[in-house]
Design a protein around this ligand. Structure first.
Ligand SMILES: C[S@@+](CC[C@H](N)C(=O)[O-])C[C@H]1O[C@@H](n2cnc3c(N)ncnc32)[C@H](O)[C@@H]1O
Length: 224
């Protein structure tokens, strides 16, 4: 399938390659690209607006292929969140979704390379995720309340980021069906459809995490 490469903003390659599992339309992938990574995307569904080299496959099967995975410098994964998200309870459909987070973490823990897993905050409250970083759009100059939890494996870092300012913030773009386009654009996901953006994260999160990850990987190379 031809990928829409014209979407990609120019940036220098940092020499590193990241595997982006459960990639969707590349909210997370775009952040890693902006941080300098070469990105390879995996999703079980066709993702015609994901601009990166793309593999349509089950992410868990890909993750079980050690020779393939070890060809990358790092792995990022966004397993579907519906089995933990509070909104699924309101819709009464939790049983319709498998927990793919638990097997993803188990497989990632069998590797020595650095990884990041992203999910809804409830996955840390009620599920197996450890919330090493909880990020909100307002910490990155984005007028959206979009809290997501990130666990890092085989690396960690301490860095300062703006505090979350979504509480009683009148400038926030409201989240809702009537407002989906404005919300997607405010997240920075301008190339996605509204439907794709519903599942996406603002690229700013992984731009920030990816910059720290590249610093970690480069520091390892210098000391090796
Ligand atoms: C939370 S969304 C990913 C959002 C994306 N990281 C972003 O920031 O734009 C989860 C994605 O997982 C995909 N998915 C669901 N089951 C999958 C599986 N078994 N293997 C690979 N992808 C899967 C869905 O098609 C969906 O695009």
């Amino acid at each position: 399938m031809t990928r829409p490469a014209f979407l990609l903003p120019d940036r220098p390659w940092n020499g590193l390659r990241i595997l982006d599992l459960f990639a969707g339309a590349a909210g997370a992938g775009m952040g890693f690209w902006l941080a300098g990574f070469e990105v390879t995307a995996v999703d079980i569904h066709r993702q015609p607006r994901n601009p990166f080299p793309f593999i349509q496959a089950d992410a868990l099967e890909v993750l079980a292929d050690r020779d393939f995975v070890e060809g990358f410098d790092a792995v990022h994964s966004s397993p579907i969140c519906q089995s933990f998200a509070a909104v699924t309870d309101w819709r009464g459909s939790r049983q319709d979704y498998p927990d793919l987070l638990t097997p993803t973490l188990a497989l990632l823990n069998s590797y020595g390379l650095p990884w990041i897993v992203e999910n809804v905050v409830e996955a840390a409250r009620f599920g197996p995720l450890r919330a090493d970083h909880v990020l909100c759009g307002t910490q990155f100059g984005r007028n959206v309340r979009r809290h997501r939890a990130f666990q890092t494996g085989n690396w960690d870092f301490f860095d300062l980021v703006e505090p979350c300012r979504c509480h009683r913030n009148r400038d926030l773009v409201p989240f809702g069906h009537k407002n989906e386009r404005a919300f997607a654009d405010a997240m920075g996901c301008t190339w996605m459809t509204n439907l794709e953006a519903r599942q996406a994260i603002p690229p700013a999160y992984t731009h920030w995490l990816g910059t720290a990850l590249a610093g970690h990987l480069n520091a390892q190379e210098v000391t090796a």
